[in-house]
Design a protein around this ligand. Structure first.
Ligand SMILES: Nc1ncnc2c1ncn2[C@@H]1O[C@H](COP(=O)(O)OP(=O)(O)OP(=O)(O)O)[C@@H](O)[C@H]1O
Ligand SMILES: [Mg+2]
Length: 257
């Protein structure tokens, strides 16, 4: 029986702008299990990034709760244990690929003397050997995403949040980095929440898929992913079960009330 990792209960959030209230999250309740890979799909503007920002401790709920039932020492302010790959570019432009990863380790428990070794290890793990001294402007978009992924994973997060991390990449680069994510996740005990608008990506990578409604986001459905692991991502496009699931979820996502 999988260990319960994260419990979200009756989460509500509204923003106020010029005196008007904009409801964004509507009564979201969700459980996650240790080591699970969860994908969240929802229409643009429904509240996906808002939910992730709250899980990352960058914003707060109006009411409801987020808790880690079996690990009471882990809370939303325990930043060492939550890492995020943001929707936007998030690397520090005046630091090299190596420097960006090393910087992400500063706030962690990893001792100073180990930072160089850990940074290099993760840069190589995401396939960037030889690019240690490159600045973000000297890297391709896909490489910058790899650095962001390495920076996030180097902190050994319990929870990795990814907000449409590969949305801007071309199909080939996206597939390559998705394979890296799965390979690295299989070696770690990290629990992952991936927000994406890409139904195929959600199915290729996740254990379960949550579909949100239009704003204010409510949970429309939660689907177990029936595709067995390990998955050969290259071969999924020839898999009829994969295509049937893509079609079903696409209909569910686009048929909003
Ligand atoms: N700080 C803020 N102040 C006011 N409104 C906000 C703020 N942040 C987000 N919103 C509003 O909340 C709604 C949800 O935004 P959010 O970024 O969570 O959507 P999303 O589902 O991530 O969309 P996308 O798929 O386009 O990234 C939007 O209408 C947005 O304008
Ligand atoms: Mg977003």
């Amino acid at each position: 029986m999988a260990e319960q990792f994260l419990k979200i209960r009756n989460a509500n959030k509204s923003f106020t702008k010029e005196g008007n209230s904009l409801p964004v999250l509507n009564d979201i309740s969700l459980d996650m299990y240790t080591g699970e890979f969860l994908a969240i799909l929802g229409p643009s503007g429904c509240g996906k990034s808002t939910l992730l920002n709250i899980l990352a401790g960058q914003n707060s709920l109006d009411d409801g709760s987020i808790s880690y039932p079996d690990k009471p020492t882990k809370n939303l302010n325990d930043r060492n244990r939550i890492a995020v790959v943001w929707q936007e570019e998030s690397l520090i432009p005046w630091k090299t690929a190596y420097g960006n990863i090393e910087f992400s380790l500063i706030a962690t428990q990893i001792p100073d003397k180990c930072r160089e070794e850990v940074s290099i290890k993760w840069l190589h793990a995401v396939g960037l050997k030889g690019f240690e001294d490159y600045y973000p402007s000297q890297l391709s978009q896909g490489m910058r995403k790899r650095v962001a992924l390495a920076a996030a994973l180097s902190t050994h997060p319990h929870l990795l949040l990814m907000d449409e991390p590969f949305g801007a990449l071309d199909v080939y680069s996206k597939l390559q980095i998705e394979k890296e994510v799965v390979r690295l996740w299989e070696q770690l005990d990290t629990t992952i929440i991936l927000v994406t608008h890409d139904v195929q990506e959600a199915i290729a990578l996740s254990d379960r898929i949550v579909i949100l409604t239009q704003r204010p986001a409510k949970i429309k459905s939660i689907r177990e992913n029936p595709l067995p692991r390990p998955r050969n991502l290259d071969a999924l496009y020839g898999n009829i079960d994969f295509h049937n699931l893509v079609r079903e979820l696409w209909v569910e996502l686009t048929q909003q009330d």
